[in-house]
Design a protein around this ligand. Sequence first.
Ligand code: AMP
Length: 283
Amino acid sequence: MVILKKASDIEEYIYQKRNSGRKIGFVPTMGALHAGHISLVQRCKADDMMSVCSIFLNPTQFNDKSDLAKYPVSTDKDIELLLNAGCEVLFLPDADEVYPGGSELATTYDFGYLETLLEGASRPGHFKGVGQVVARLLSIVQPHTLYLGQKDYQQCLIITRLTQLTGMDQMKVVICPTIREADGLAMSSRNRRLTETQRTRAGILYQCLVSIQAKTEGGDFAVVRKECEELMQAKGIAPEYVALADARDLNPLENYNKTIPMVALIAARVGEIRLIDNILINT
Ligand code: AMP
């Protein structure tokens, strides 16, 4: 695996590979890698792409600076995991490479209502930061295909919109399934910060999503949502939202609508750790 830290070096490296006929697949991450991230690299390789992964803990997408300070960092372990997965190129930039001249100067994008609801409402400015960093990384790597995890469903829609706003809509966006622990908990870098008890209790998020999905037939979503909130609260977990939306554009739904693809989404705090997850319905 080639590890490059300078934007100009990776641009040059990829330029050569692209010219020699390789297709470029890109997996952007913030590090603290787990099997979820690795599944994206594996999908990229299965698609016969040159796999390019980036690790950059982007400060501009953290509205809560203590969340950034406590975000797990394990670069040596990450490199080992990527090597074992057969990743070909790792981009490991400093902030100066991503934001030459400072992040305040990086372009921001308007995602309209999509950045105002759910994660956008709970984390003001978060998607502006995501847009900044992903736009910059895409302009450096210029992949043929971008690999994202369904785990961050709203982010997938935001980034797809970003490719349109930046005129990069010829780039293919592949959304890969959420990789889960044995009890269903979605893998997340933040899970490392859970205590053993919190970790055991956190499995309830997925159980709630499955129960929302199971009640599509004849269920009343307001009732199901209340049940989910109570189940989480009984385990000392504070729900932030339990929502149902149109899977195509995240327009909120009051109740199940079997005629369209839907997504159920949950955000909740387990102690001070904020977890999110979602499940597709009817897709
Ligand atoms: P992050 O490092 O959290 O920014 O995530 C980098 C990429 O990995 C994003 O596209 C995430 O959606 C994806 N990802 C994170 N967790 C999972 C998971 N459990 N399963 C699949 N993809 C994931």
